[in-house]
Design a protein around this ligand. Structure first.
Ligand code: ZN
Length: 210
């Protein structure tokens, strides 16, 4: 783990992901990870409320329907998301250094996220010609028709989730591979490029000597 001050006196000259010379700087907003207890609480919630939805035998409340568990799960996840956003520490670095490979990585992720976002309404539009006639018709649908129907039904959700996840990975702070420290004044990098780690350690050593 390497710690970089939010306002370094001498910014490293190599990028944190690849260790290549910096050719471009961008403002990066680093966010801290959720605390361990919150991650544990979400894991417990997912098991305690998610399992009974999937397996009726695991339902421990008197109510035999899955809706109550889904409600508990949804409310709990929302509360956890809210708690994280209240507690999150943010470190803004106005000029974090990146190399051409970093920029290419970000550009690819932005393109992939955009494609997924566009495919959400496109796959929703398929609902009309594919799913609606099946529901209106009286004929028993074939297995193939049934598969197509389900694909069209779940596709928008899959593309929407993929788009959100890809946009999260496309953020400069994630390309840099850092998170905000809990104190809110440093950026923590778990596995930076060795060249970057070396520069940061050398500078910290020089600062101590001065
Ligand atoms: Zn790079």
């Amino acid at each position: 783990m390497v710690l970089v001050p939010a306002q370094p006196s001498n910014p490293p000259t190599v990028c944190s992901r690849h260790g290549n010379p910096v050719t471009y700087t961008a403002s990066a907003r680093f966010r801290s990870r959720p605390p361990v207890w919150l991650q544990a609480a979400v894991a417990v919630l997912v098991v305690a409320a998610g399992l009974p939805v999937a397996y009726p035998a695991a339902r421990y409340l008197d109510d035999p329907d899955p809706e109550l568990y889904l409600l508990i799960l949804g409310a709990g996840l929302f509360a956890a998301w809210l708690t994280h956003n209240i507690m999150v520490k943010i470190v803004d670095v106005p000029a974090w250094g990146f190399c051409p490979a970093c920029r290419a990585r970000r550009a690819n992720l932005v393109t992939a996220a955009t494609v997924c976002f566009v495919l959400v309404p496109v796959s929703c539009a398929l609902y009309v010609p594919v799913v609606l006639p099946e529901q209106l018709g009286d004929d028993e649908p074939s297995t193939l028709a049934e598969i197509v129907r389900w694909t069209v039904l779940v596709a928008p959700a899959v593309f929407a989730i993929a788009a959100v996840v890809l946009s999260a990975y496309a953020r400069w702070a994630v390309v840099a591979g850092g998170v905000a420290g809990r104190n809110g004044t440093t950026v923590e990098l778990r596995r930076p490029a060795p060249q970057f780690a070396q520069q940061v350690t050398d500078q910290a050593g020089l600062a101590e000597l001065a």
